[in-house]
Design a protein around this ligand. Structure first.
Ligand code: MC0
Length: 145
């Protein structure tokens, strides 16, 4: 059911500073930068590699305010790994399968994620302390098939 690790989400206090660090230290490039108001984040996707199932990325996350998931995480734990995101073919089907296996779904319905993806979170308390995200990439445009 899981296609690949789509991205690792890393919480940070200052997005621009962290982008500069990752560029200099790892030579990765930013392929997308967005503000996601619903999720309360400013985020950047840094490309790591491409595979058969799609790309894999480092996602840097700066909260838009203290009363957001990443704002609360930073206050409690400081900067660091915030979540792991797995690519899936169909996020709605994956949610049903994982919900059926007894994993608490944070989201009742898929939400809008980075780069046009559909995403859903699984509760960290049911995944060994790891906030886990399911990611369905947008269908390729006809000329790309
Ligand atoms: C909270 N907890 C975590 C955690 N966040 N554990 C591991 N990893 C995390 N990232 C733990 C806390 O330490 C606490 O445990 C318990 O969960 C409850 O946390 P809380 O601080 O009281 O916060 P809640 O309950 O209000 O919310 C936790 C929850 C929330 C996971 C439901 O953060 C959430 O809805 N997250 C999903 C959305 C999200 O993270 N969005 C930002 C990324 P203790 O033991 O202290 O009780 S958006 C994104 O990434 C998009 C743009 C994308 O990928 O495209």
């Amino acid at each position: 059911m899981l296609l690949r690790i789509d991205h690792v989400g890393i919480a940070c206090e200052n997005l621009e500073e962290k982008i500069a660090f990752y560029r200099a230290a790892f030579g990765v490039t930013v392929v997308s930068q967005e503000v996601n108001e619903e999720q309360g984040v400013k985020e950047a996707m840094l490309h790591v590699a491409d595979g058969e199932g799609g790309g894999s990325y480092i996602q840097l996350l700066e909260p838009t305010g203290p009363d957001t998931p990443v704002g609360k995480f930073l206050a409690k734990r400081g900067e660091g790994l915030h979540h792991v995101a797995y690519g899936v073919t169909d996020v709605t089907k994956a949610m049903a399968a994982m919900g059926g296996a007894g994993v608490r779904l944070v989201d009742e319905h898929p939400r809008h994620g980075a780069m046009g993806t559909s995403i859903a979170f699984l509760h960290p308390k049911d995944v060994g302390g790891v906030l886990t995200e399911l990611v369905e990439s947008p269908a390729p445009r006809p000329e790309q098939t």
